[in-house]
Design a protein around this ligand. Structure first.
Ligand code: ZN
Ligand code: ZN
Length: 342
């Protein structure tokens, strides 16, 4: 089988690898049918990552189950599933308490698409081994489009977590979104659907701003700090100066959620934050824990994540098309289920 491999700045290629095999009765083999790039993949492709190539890329996809171990009970061959970006066992103390990105049964940062905690391959591969099928895989609900939900592995479900719990606690909150890619747009969609009284989306890209307006947000290419203007701020730029802008715009006891990946250092206005009373969270997302909630919202009809999909491209075009500058390209291939589908 082939793995799409990041080989150098702006360059990926297919590399042959052995077909993955079941190594225990808890595992599954899946075939991605709709895979997309996470916002951080753009930074990696631009050479801003911290792991040297080559490595297999990709950690967002909907896949079809090809084979399962004898102990797997939650999915069957032929079924469409969301594959979470991080590897988690479901059984250790961290997994049981919802900290699925901090599973202790695997090396720290075990994930698809970057060999930080061991090598697990990438989701732009023809086949993928899932080491804990029952703990990790989430069946795609009936009626949801794999193309629109390819990002449920990470960015869509992360976006749900960045705003949904806060809007539940603070109905009608005023929301600031400072962003550069798909996460900020998903956040606009989810924030308006869940009752934010206003959403301001800040991004220099005019096409991104047009999408944000389609979700009911007002937009700006850039802003100066707006002290005390927002109850909740979401920063998804990977830039510390933009994170500083977000925290400086919060109301007293405001909350800032950051999508992280600040590969370059910078300074935060800690005295301002202290005087305002700011809660800042910069955390890798325990995504497996809330994929079901994020899918449920997607199935409710209150949101339109499909609008963020910028291109639908044939799987075979991955090496040529992925390095291009796309908001959210989804790579697809024939998803005919095997005859054993249940
Ligand atoms: Zn990601
Ligand atoms: Zn675990």
């Amino acid at each position: 089988m082939r793995e799409l491999t990041y080989v150098a700045r702006h360059s990926v290629e297919w590399r042959e690898a052995p077909d993955p095999k079941l190594r225990s009765d808890q595992e599954a083999i899946v075939a991605p049918v709709a895979a997309t790039s996470c916002d951080v993949d753009s930074a990696i492709l631009a050479g801003h990552g911290f792991i040297d190539p080559p490595f297999a890329l990709g950690h967002e996809c909907v896949a079809r189950v090809v084979d399962i171990g004898d102990a797997v009970t939650s999915v069957v061959p032929g079924e469409l599933v969301v594959v979470p970006w991080s590897i988690n066992c479901g059984d250790c103390e961290h997994c049981r308490s919802g900290l699925t990105a901090h599973c202790t049964a695997v090396p720290h940062m075990a994930m698809y698409g970057a060999p930080i905690g061991g090598s697990w391959g990438g989701l732009f591969s023809d086949l993928v081994r899932v080491p804990y099928a029952d703990a990790m895989l989430v069946p795609l609900p009936e009626g949801l489009d794999p193309v629109a939900m390819a990002s449920a592995s990470d960015n869509w479900s992360l976006s749900w977590r960045l705003v949904a719990p806060h809007l539940k606690a603070r109905p009608g909150a005023r929301v600031l979104v400072v962003a550069r890619g798909s996460i900020g747009l998903y956040v606009c969609d989810i924030a308006r659907a869940l009752g934010a009284s206003s959403v301001l989306y800040v991004d220099p890209d005019p096409e991104h701003r047009a999408l944000a307006r389609s979700y009911g947000a007002s937009t700006a290419a850039s802003i100066e700090p707006m002290p005390h203007a927002f109850d909740l701020a979401v920063e998804a730029t990977g830039r510390v100066d933009q994170l500083a802008l977000a925290v400086k715009s919060l109301a007293p006891e405001g909350i800032c959620e950051s999508a992280g990946n600040h590969f370059r250092p910078g300074e935060l206005p800690l005295l301002d934050m202290y005087l305002t009373g700011v809660t800042l969270r910069v955390a890798r997302d325990n995504v497996r824990n809330h994929i079901p909630d994020a899918l449920e919202l997607a199935a409710s009809g209150k949101v339109a994540p499909e609008r963020v999909v910028s291109h639908v491209i044939d799987w075979e075009q991955l090496p040529d098309a992925l390095p291009g500058k796309h908001l959210k390209p989804v790579f697809v291939r024939d998803t005919t289920p095997p005859s054993t589908a249940g």
